[in-house]
Every structure is written in C-alpha cells, then in structure tokens.
Design a protein around this ligand. Structure first.
Ligand code: AHR
Length: 337
C-alpha cells in the first residue's frame, strides 16, 4: 500500500485560492491542505455511514466527544443511515458551508469521484475515516485512517487454522458460511477476500453459503435463518460473521435451530466489541478479530498536525489484535468499546 507523506509545509505549492479567512494550499501530488496559523474554531463536516452497529455508535461518539466547542471545533455530524446519496448531499452541503475539513466514512468504495472533485475545486481538504474509496485520482483526498480489513479477514483464517490444529481437526472436511457486511463496503470486501483466500488454500474447507446481513444484528439473524433453511443446520461447522452485530443476530437463529453456538458451530467475528467479549466468556463466540472504532481522536490529531504546518501519512492503518475464549475474561476490563 502506498505510503505517501502528505506535507503541509512551506514547500507546499503556491497558494491556489483563498476561501473566507482560511489559507488553502496544495501538496506537490495535488492533495488540498488547509493551514491556518492563528487561533480559530475549526469547522469539520463528518459524513458518517449511519448507526448500523455498536462499532458505529462507538465511532460516532469518539468524534462527538473529541470535536467539541471546548476543544476548538464546530462539528457538523450527518448520519446517512447507510445511504450513499445522503452522504454525497452532506458533502455538498459541507462545501456550501465552507467547512475547514470534510471527513467521510464512505458507505461503499465507489461513486465518489464527482463530489470529491467539487470539494477539491472548493479547496477543502477531505480526510477519509474507517472505510476506503476507489477513486480515479487519489489526490482527491488528503489521507485515510482505519482498520486493515483484508488483514482482519486473514487473521480470522489464521485463528481457525490454529484452532483446528489444536483439536487435531486440520484434515477434516469443514463447511463454512460467511455472513457478509454491506456489499461493496471496503470492510466487506477485505474480510470476504480473507475468507475466500482461506477456502482457496484449504481443499477440505467448503464455503457452503454466503449472504449479506448489512452489518446489522437483524440482518445477521435473517441471513442465518435463510442459510439454515437452505443448507440445513447440521451441515454448518463454522460461521464467519463479518461483524459483531451480525454474529450476535446469527447466534439467535442458531439457538432457535437447536444448536449451541461456539460448540456445535465455531463462530469467528470482527470488531471485538464489549458484547462479543461477554459472548466469548459465555462460550458462544470463539474468536473476535479487532476493528478499532476510536478514530475521532486520530482525525483530530491529523487536523492538529496540519494546522501546525506538519506532515501526515497518506495511509494510516490502526493496530488491531485477535482475541478468543482463552484471553477474553482477562482482556475485557481493559476494553474501551
Ligand atoms: O467499517 C467498519 C465496519 O462497519 C465494522 O466492522 C462494522 O461493525 C461497521 O458497521
């Protein structure tokens, strides 16, 4: 992955425009950078995905509690309820309001070029948070911070290999179902790729069903109910749930079908939030691959650096761990979400 240093230093290319009282510059590679040396309230527009999961709630709260008036921010927060069109309209509104920075957690990867060109024309820096975008020109955003979704998916596969090995089951046939997140979201794309690679590299692993639950608890429950109807509960050995909420919803469907989650069916999930730690302690979820939602302070740090004329990495992955029933009880008291 490209590790480009985006600099807002005085060697930045000559000033391209002035908007209001903010000084706007571009880097050599074309990213818009805003720099202001005098004290001011920083106006940030945040186009949030929605409120589909506990992870998302923790993410929103990390912005709202960090970007406060007391900390020098005027945060305009828009919850798009999973609708890309709402996010695009929010970005246009942020441009009209001449915010200092636009932050976007894109619902899906594609379809952003036009609106980001408009932000660039208005010389407003765009920072991506959480999910990534696929753009024809990467200079349309300044930087991105979030989890490495492909690594998370691969971590889930690695954990499963180790678990099976420990039980002497590595050579047994294994039927896996994958409940996917919102199709086209980079969190879905990466995690799905992770499990599909695992299936490819293990001839005795079979992907017997794959369905989206849209990163929601009710979506996970519904997807699992449909899968159980299609393939039969007795065929399922492993559930790969692409987030916590869908895993918790699917567990309800598994119990209703008369099976014990975590025993009859191995469950691997993503996010590693508080409720999943409780489920691991209760023996109902086997493994949780962490996806850290606390991006508010990280983006505030990026903005602070830019305001002081500093440099930021273009791509910023957050450190993430893997937890299971062996360490869940010891780790739970240290968790922030
Ligand atoms: O993009 C991050 C994902 O989105 C989280 O895994 C999920 O819980 C959220 O809705």
């Amino acid at each position: 992955m490209k590790k480009l240093l985006v600099t807002a230093s005085i060697i930045a290319l000559a000033l391209l425009s002035f908007t209001g009282c903010n000084k706007k510059t571009e880097t050599k590679s074309g990213e818009v950078v805003s720099r202001q040396t005098s004290n001011r309230t920083i106006k940030v527009g945040y186009a949030q995905v929605g409120h589909e999961s506990a992870w998302r709630t923790a993410n929103s709260s990390s912005f709202k509690t960090t970007m406060t008036p007391a900390n020098g921010y005027d945060l305009i927060y828009i919850d798009a309820d999973g609708n890309q069109e709402v996010q695009i309209a929010a970005i246009r509104d942020f441009i009209a309001q001449n915010v200092d920075y636009i932050v976007v957690a894109p619902v899906i990867e594609t379809g952003w070029d036009e609106v980001l060109k408009e932000a660039k024309a208005a010389a407003i820096p765009v920072i991506l948070s959480d999910r990534q975008m696929k753009l024809e020109d990467d200079s349309l955003y300044l930087c991105w911070v979030g989890g490495n979704f492909l690594k998370e998916g691969r971590d889930g596969v690695k954990w499963l290999e180790g678990y099976l090995d420990g039980k002497g089951l590595s050579n047994e046939d294994l039927n896996i179902v994958d409940i996917q997140g919102t199709l086209g979201a980079s969190a879905q794309v990466g995690r799905t790729q992770g499990i599909e690679e695992g299936i490819q590299s293990h001839p005795n692993w079979n992907l017997i069903a794959q369905k989206s639950g849209d990163f929601r608890k009710d979506g996970g429950k519904k997807a699992m109910e449909e899968i159980i109807k299609e393939v039969g509960i007795n065929k399922i050995n492993v559930l790969f749930a692409e987030n916590d909420d869908m895993a918790l919803g699917a567990i309800e469907a598994i119990k209703a079908a008369g099976k014990k989650p975590g025993e009859d069916i191995i469950i691997i999930t993503f996010d590693a939030g508080h409720d999943v730690f409780l489920s691991m302690i209760a023996g109902e979820i086997n493994c949780a691959c962490e996806c850290n939602p606390l991006h508010g302070p990280r983006i505030a740090e990026i903005i602070k650096t830019l305001e002081n004329g500093g440099s930021v990495e273009k791509i910023q992955y957050v450190d993430e761990a893997v937890f299971d029933q062996s360490n869940a009880a010891a780790i739970l008291p240290t968790r922030q979400y």
